[in-house]
Write a protein that binds this ligand. Structure first.
Ligand code: PEP
Ligand code: MN
Length: 265
């Protein structure tokens, strides 16, 4: 990685190109942790679209701690994301876990997500880089900033300049009240180390929906270029990450607050 002018990651979506970058308006990515069925993903996509957010997120392949937990609906979830994209024109962000699924994921995704647990899966990084698709690279569970930037470098070195760095909280000693510790200092720190755009994910960082609005606003104050927010039509019934998912009305309210806050930054 190198110092230089802030880079722009321009992502073509059906609703038009969306630009991630330091000198561009805040970009919001929202949606459920997992794509559960057609109704919930399309309903959520419509709410996300109505708020002015630019991307729908939703997992088809889920990295779960337990092999007995819901693993995602895989290919059929990818086709539901394609449906939601068609209906709303939103860009799609979804995670790839295995190089074997890369082509299928890249066909539907406008931005391919590499999750925290795969941040140092170097063969996945190289092959994801080679697809040429914009890549959202989440920070590893306990990754140093140096390790994270070197992981990004694998994608850049594969000839793909379109990388967005996503802070999603790091492990610490106290898991009693928050799932992870949101390291917001990465925003000013990364500005001195890399030209790449930054995303902050307060949902996975805090683990609880009641903390998400506060930390989303703090992320804007810190200068983030984009946010990722989990939203579910019925969080208590979610197949993954329900406790951290906002309801649609709470997400709408947050987006109104973010719009008034963003004008100051
Ligand atoms: C996700 O975005 O749903 C996810 C699994 O995130 P992370 O890799 O940050 O845990
Ligand atoms: Mn999740």
């Amino acid at each position: 990685y190198r110092y230089g002018e802030p880079s722009e990651v321009v992502v073509p979506t059906p609703n038009g190109p969306v630009t991630f970058g330091q000198n561009h308006p805040l970009i919001v990515v929202a949606g459920p942790c997992s794509v559960e069925n057609e109704e919930m993903i399309v309903e959520t996509a419509q709410v996300v679209k109505a708020t002015g957010a630019q991307f729908l997120r939703g997992g088809a392949y889920k990295p779960r701690s337990s092999p007995y937990a819901f693993q995602g609906h895989g290919e059929s979830a990818l086709s539901l994301l394609a449906t939601a994209r068609e209906v709303t024109g939103l860009g799609i962000i979804t995670e790839v876990m295995d190089t074997a699924d890369l082509d299928k994921v890249a066909e539907v995704a406008d931005v391919v997500q590499i999750g925290a647990r795969n941040m140092q899966n170097f063969s996945l990084l190289k092959k994801a880089g080679a697809t040429g698709k914009p890549i959202l690279l989440k920070r590893g569970l306990s990754a140093t900033i140096e390790e994270w930037l070197m992981a990004a470098e694998y994608i850049l070195a594969a000839g793909n300049p379109n990388v967005i760095l996503c802070e999603r909280g790091i492990r610490s000693f106290d898991k009693q009240y928050t799932r992870n510790v949101l390291d917001l200092s990465v925003v000013p720190v990364l500005r001195g180390l890399t030209h790449l755009p930054i995303m902050i994910d307060p949902s996975h960082a805090t683990g609880y929906s009641k903390f998400v609005p506060t930390m989303a606003k703090a992320a804007i104050a810190a200068g983030t270029d984009s946010l990722m927010i989990e939203v579910h039509p019925n969080p208590s019934k979610a197949l993954s990450d329900g406790p951290q998912s906002l309801t649609p009305p709470d997400f709408v309210e947050l987006m109104q607050e973010l719009a008034s806050l963003a004008q100051f930054f």
